[in-house]
Design a protein around this ligand. Structure first.
Ligand code: ADP
Ligand code: MG
Length: 582
């Protein structure tokens, strides 16, 4: 039985394990390390997860769900065709897929996982993540903050004190955290972020930039044309992290528009986005009371950190060269893999302690200068290290009042009502002139995000207490069973068939998107793969699948560059190799 680490991402998810004295990232049967966090229902009512679902999303967005991590812990429902799912159920399907993938790879049962969550995830979101694991049949004792996982990957060899800045730039979010490391302790010091800034914003910016450059009126494009252009923008953006330039192409109303792009163009296209990046980094440093020079290392995490323009820009901000160490895509999963080693007390690995911080401020509403105007009075400041305990004294502000009511809020706004109200607490006090009676209020916030509020009147010794777990609807055991039954009972293709489906869908899409030599090659490859699949030999199908997938991935890169050329593709070689293997 193994414990694995799962980076349950908004866009992609990854798994890792500690084995033979090192971290291994867990591939699926086709060798992919990333599983798209996408769930779909196909035309026959089968549930698809991962790559197959992502392909489906291009043609049938109405039957697909993605980015559901953003809505964890909320009541939001996703309709996939005729069926409805909660964000937890969708996450459970992704987790279940990863569990199966890991079981196949490790050849043993996986019953437990450590799962990473953004440091700013509140109680409800954390609880929902644990519940998703439970629905997937995985025991999850501990959630790890994503920046802590990233720091773990860095800290194995070190003991000296240092501040790390974790720059996690994903598909739709930017999270910047300062992590204070000393000896074997990893402590998140500050978190800052932008929930609406990620790789997809760059795709949009590049697509607009392209329209400007080639003279297409952006609003003349239909939604489908726009999403095709976004896909092309994304391809170019990703290509630019391995190549110095790329040709962006788009066919519209029978004309082919094309434009050469370099990283410099990305700078121009995304200027506003870079400024927003700067603001988040600056906020993290200011909240942490640090200057750029105090940071000993910048750790790049998340797919969007692969963009060379991003590391160049950060290099400018920090006045130094910044290079990605481990591949940014894999950094968090790598840290989680290390943590599974620590958790299983593997001897070859140094024990590291990780602490948590409170992602938002907690306080009570008080009357400003005895007036009726209320303001937020904070007891526990955001970024306080957990567990945290704070007390403050309040005085009665009207004559002969019999009790004081404390409204408890979480959030950063000055006006209490603009924050989230999470509870109330009443305490009786002896009748007296205003200002004569007082109450001591104590907030204790523990490592699991449970807040206890206690109020005490010193003159009588009267106390009142309330425990605020979370506003989240917790499921009873029966509800949990029913939900798990729903997930287990979904009609699914076998793993093999789902894999084949993903490959066919990808090939068919490429066929639709290409012309000339490349299209012929795609067609021949599809025909070849169909023949192999009809052979019903699992080994042959699996081996051919790998070759075909590799070919399609290369074809995807070549797509626009070779559209008008005759294709000089060594696809035959590819298959000769896979035939030999058999
Ligand atoms: P999340 O943490 O949100 O699940 P990821 O860390 O997997 O997301 O990042 C996904 C984003 O990273 C996408 O917007 C994708 O376009 C972008 N991305 C992935 N690889 C690259 C690359 N090589 N160059 C530029 N962007 C990339
Ligand atoms: Mg991520």
């Amino acid at each position: 039985m193994s414990v694995i680490g799962i980076d349950l991402g908004t866009t992609n998810s990854l798994a890792a394990v500690w084995r033979n004295g090192k971290v291994e990232l867990i591939p699926d049967a086709l060798g992919n390390l990333m599983t798209p966090s996408v769930v779909a229902l196909d035309g026959d009512g089968n549930i698809l997860v991962g790559q197959a679902a992502k392909e489906e999303e291009l043609h049938h967005p109405e039957r697909c769900a993605s980015s559901f991590k953003r809505f964890m812990g909320t009541e939001k429902k996703y309709s996939l065709g005729t069926r409805e799912f909660t964000p937890e159920e969708l996450s459970a399907l992704v987790l279940k897929r990863i569990k199966e993938m890991a079981e196949e790879y490790l050849q043993e049962e996986v019953t437990e996982a450590v799962i990473s969550v953004p440091a700013y995830f509140n109680n409800d979101q954390r609880y929902a993540t644990k519940q998703a694991a439970e629905l997937a049949g995985i025991y999850c004792e501990r959630l790890i903050n994503e920046p802590s996982a990233a720091a773990l990957a860095e800290r194995q060899e070190k003991t000296e004190e240092e501040y790390l800045l974790v720059f996690d730039f994903g598909g739709g979010t930017l999270d910047v955290s300062l992590v204070d490391c000393f000896e074997n302790i990893v402590e998140i010091n500050t978190i800052a972020g932008d929930n609406h800034l990620g790789g997809t914003d760059f795709d949009q910016a590049i697509a607009s930039y392209f329209c400007n450059a080639v003279g297409i009126m952006q609003n003349a494009l239909t939604p489908v044309q726009w999403s095709t252009l976004l896909l092309e923008a994304r391809r170019c953006k990703e290509t630019l992290s391995i190549q110095a330039e790329v040709e962006m192409c788009f066919v519209w109303k029978g004309n082919t528009y094309s434009q050469k792009l370099t990283p410099e163009d990305i700078f121009h296209a995304g200027k506003g986005l870079f400024l927003r990046i700067r603001d988040v980094v600056s906020k993290a440093l200011m909240d942490g009371g640090l200057s750029p020079d105090d940071i000993s290392k910048i750790l790049l995490a998340g797919g969007s950190s692969c963009m060379p323009t991003v590391s160049l820009y950060l290099g400018k901000l920090f006045g130094r060269n910044i290079k990605a160490g481990t591949e940014p895509d894999y950094l968090i999963a790598t840290g989680l893999g290390i943590y599974t080693g620590i958790k299983e007390r593997k001897e070859e690995i140094k024990d590291i302690m990780m602490t948590d911080v409170c992602p938002f401020s907690l306080g009570v509403g008080t009357h400003f200068n005895n007036s009726d105007q209320e303001k937020m009075d904070i007891l526990i400041e955001r970024n306080s290290i957990l567990p945290s305990r704070m007390a403050k004294t309040y005085i009665a502000h009207t004559d002969y009042q019999e009790s004081i009511r404390f409204e408890i809020y979480q959030g950063e706004h000055y006006i209490p009502e603009k924050n989230l109200k999470i509870g109330t607490l009443d305490i009786e006090i002896p009748k007296a002139k205003k200002g004569e009676e007082e109450v001591v209020v104590t907030f204790s916030y523990d490592i699991n995000g449970i807040l206890e509020v206690n109020a005490m009147n010193p003159s009588t010794g009267n106390t009142a207490n309330t425990t605020i777990v979370s506003g989240y609807r917790r499921l009873s055991q029966e509800q949990l069973e029913a939900q798990r039954g729903k997930i287990d009972g979904l009609k699914r293709l076998s793993k093999e068939l789902e894999e084949q489906k993903a490959i066919f869908a990808m090939g068919e899409r490429l066929y639709a998107q290409t012309t000339g030599g490349l299209r012929d090659a795609v067609e021949r490859t599809l025909d070849y793969y169909r023949c192999v699949c009809n052979s019903h030999s699992p080994i042959r199908i699996r081996k051919a699948g790998r070759g075909v997938l590799q070919f399609f991935l290369n074809a995807e890169i070549q797509r626009k560059r070779t559209v008008f050329d005759t294709l000089e593709f060594q696809w035959e070689d590819l298959f000769e190799e896979s035939e030999e293997e058999q």
